[in-house]
Ligand binder design. Sequence first.
Ligand code: SAH
Length: 342
Amino acid sequence: MTDIKSLTLSQLNTVLSPLGLPRFRAKQIYQWLHQKGVASFDEMTNLSKALREELSQAFYIPVCTVEEKYVSQLDGTVKYLFRLHDGEYIEAVVMQYHYGSTICISSQVGCKMGCTFCASTLAGFQRNLLPSEMEGQLHAAQRDLGIRISHVVLMGIGEPLDNYDNVIQFLKTLNDENGLHLSLRDVTLSTCGIVPRIYDLIEENLPITLTLSLHAPNDRLRSGMMPVNQRWGVEEAIAACRAYAEKTSRRVSFEYTLISGVNDTPQCAAELAAKLRGFICHVNLIPVNDVEERGNVRSSDEAVKNFQSALKKQGINATIRRTLGKDIQASCGQLRRRKQQS
Ligand code: SAH
């Protein structure tokens, strides 16, 4: 059976042509799937019962079912563990900001990247998410919460640039006027630094914000934390980000997770400032979230502040990420991991 929700409108027209339907039908079906985010053909009430029946025999609609849900008592952050049609689990988090609701979604089931501080990669990689499954996380959260989500960050489980084609199609669908019609300016893609795919992304000419998970200012340190760095080093990754910013006129940001005594020293700050000199960018400082199996220790508030002011003194724009959902294990990978172990 074909996943009908991962087809573009023109692909949908093609696969429906043997049914001899008028052209507007494909568009109606597309709107049900993407604008409304329906979970079944029966909800497509402007189609005949016979047609709904016919569709359900040839196609399926992958849905994200809420398996577990946690609401932070501190800030209203909502964390979901979703179950996919094949029984796999993924996570998403909805956060409220003054400018609207943001969802952090997963792009893969598990991850291959092996970063030493991250929970998502601990149990390895299962499979890529389909475009419909990335979009499905938005639909499921919107339906459950009764809100419209305006911002999307690809920062959940998985490496989005390791699932390149599906991610690009998902982004185009998000922006489609017959779908959720979200502005791609309100979408952020976070990558560990798969450099050739960053150059491919430049060619797509999508106005998304790119974020590089940098976490260390030199190859020795970064290769120890992030195996991907052994393939594409710090300089290469930053050069790709500079090219992205130049070609797309979009600002690039860097994630820098601070681990006590590892990458939070004044030397690291100085080295980082030197690497980013002259680059109009933004650095997000994130005190590491403790992941039980990882044994990393959060930097002290003082070390975080000092790191920030060292960057600022060198003219680098740096902010400290507010931790949301502290009471609900809101950093990604932790719920799926717990589910697997139970
Ligand atoms: N694979 C992508 C996106 C998913 S990870 C990437 O690497 O960017 C999303 C962000 O969370 C990354 O910046 C990642 O490095 C960071 N992260 C992972 N584990 C973390 C932890 N325990 N504490 C703080 N940040 C973490």
